[in-house]
Design a protein. Structure first.
Length: 399
């Protein structure tokens, strides 16, 4: 990042626009990074492809091709974790209070979570009533606590385990941003190196079965990915990011993605293959936006799909699960029928994500973040005289 770009970030004119987190910006917000919104869509698409593969829509050569292309799609969740750390650090408000931050994050994710949880509950009670969720499981899902107890992490809406990890990240973020703001570039690099080391150690222990269960969905084990994203954002903000450009970073991310089936059997160790590419791609896309360099990811349609990506991620697996009542379990269709069924599932999921975004996510966020109107005192009655020494309170105090 050039010195000129760093200076531009500090000028009042540059501190406008919306953050990639989706909420409206305060007056002193940094420039928006639309490429990161577009990249969110690609990560959601990887997860969708993984679940199409898991549901066995394709058989024969088609199935092998889908497995090759999307078998490592679970790493899209890792991308979300790194991206979340970057975006929250980038858009963190000066002198922001923890409760104000948590309130914005709840308004951002919780309404969609509750709606999709209700849909998942209905499906569980109708499609598989004999193995429906217990009240404790439902409550743990509603409170985003279910991944902390491994037998529950896939109950109701299975993808919500990652949202529970995000909730843990949000809880830790006020302390993390306080630490990052006290660190210079060297300190941030040291913290990033510690995060990478933690990922390597956790992956090694998972492979060697040092834990009684997989740590893939354990929120504390996914925190280093979030921290690494926050560190890269801090380096970009300091003007000290020295990573490769967007094309080279994308190539490294793609190589890491296709390295997963060659190096691991999936799960947490897959993170080791992709973490370098993801941690380089996200800041590279941010720098491309800041410098006005070409970026496929900030095209209008990509950004729009990125805005829908959270709702799409939360609803698509429920669509695939509901379709099993019509298609059966692992139907292994031929290529043409498999493509047709996948296209139909994708279209329905995308349409429902648009409904969720427009009817739930946006209006609920506006409602929950709406500021109270100031209390205006009634007009004095004719002939009324104020008591001596009385003075109207300033507008800022009338709330």
């Amino acid at each position: 990042m050039t010195t000129a770009t760093t200076r531009a970030l500090r000028t009042p004119a540059a501190r406008t626009g919306s953050t990639t987190a989706g909420s409206s910006s305060p007056p002193d917000a940094l420039p928006s990074l639309p490429s990161l919104t577009g990249l969110r869509w690609m990560a959601a698409l990887l997860v969708f492809g993984l679940h199409v593969n898991n549901f066995g829509y394709f058989g024969g050569k088609g199935g092998r091709l889908v497995a090759w292309g999307f078998g490592a799609g679970a790493t899209g969740v890792s991308f979300f974790f790194v991206l979340s750390g970057f975006v929250l650090t980038w858009s963190a408000r000066p002198r922001d209070r923890a409760f104000a931050f948590w309130r914005r994050r709840i308004a951002r994710v919780y309404p969609v979570h509750l709606v999709t949880l209700a849909v998942a509950f209905v499906l569980a009670c109708t499609l598989t009533p004999q193995v429906g969720p217990t009240p404790k499981q439902a409550l743990a899902n509603a409170l985003l606590l279910h991944p902390w107890w491994h037998p529950w992490w896939q109950t109701l809406n299975p993808v919500s385990w990652s949202l529970a990890c995000e909730a843990f990240f949000y809880a830790a973020f006020p302390l993390l941003i306080l630490l990052l703001r006290r660190l210079g570039a060297r300190g941030a690099v040291t913290l990033g190196g510690a995060a990478v080391a933690a990922i390597l150690v956790l992956a090694w222990t998972d492979v060697h079965h040092w834990w009684s269960q997989s740590i893939y969905s354990y929120p504390a084990a996914r925190l280093p990915e979030f921290v690494l994203g926050a560190v890269t954002a801090r380096l970009v903000l300091l003007g000290r990011w020295r990573g490769p450009g967007l094309e080279a970073s994308l190539a490294l991310a793609v190589i890491g993605f296709f390295l997963v089936p060659q190096a691991t059997h999936g799960g947490y160790p897959a993170t080791v293959c992709t973490i370098t590419g993801f941690a380089l791609l996200i800041p590279a896309a941010a720098v491309a936006d800041l410098r006005g360099l070409p970026s496929l990811w900030r095209r209008r349609r990509m950004v729009r799909l990125g805005e829908l990506s959270f709702a799409f991620y939360m609803i698509h697996l429920l669509v695939l699960r509901a379709a099993t009542s019509l298609l059966g379990t692992k139907p292994h269709f031929g290529v043409l029928l498999g493509v047709a069924v996948t296209t139909a599932a994708f279209t329905v999921s995308l349409a429902l994500s648009w409904v969720l975004y427009e009817a739930v996510e946006r209006p609920a966020r506006r409602l929950l973040l709406r500021r109270r109107r100031p209390i205006v005192p009634p007009e004095p009655a004719p002939g009324h005289r104020e008591a001596p020494g009385h003075r109207e309170a300033p507008a800022a105090a009338r709330e």
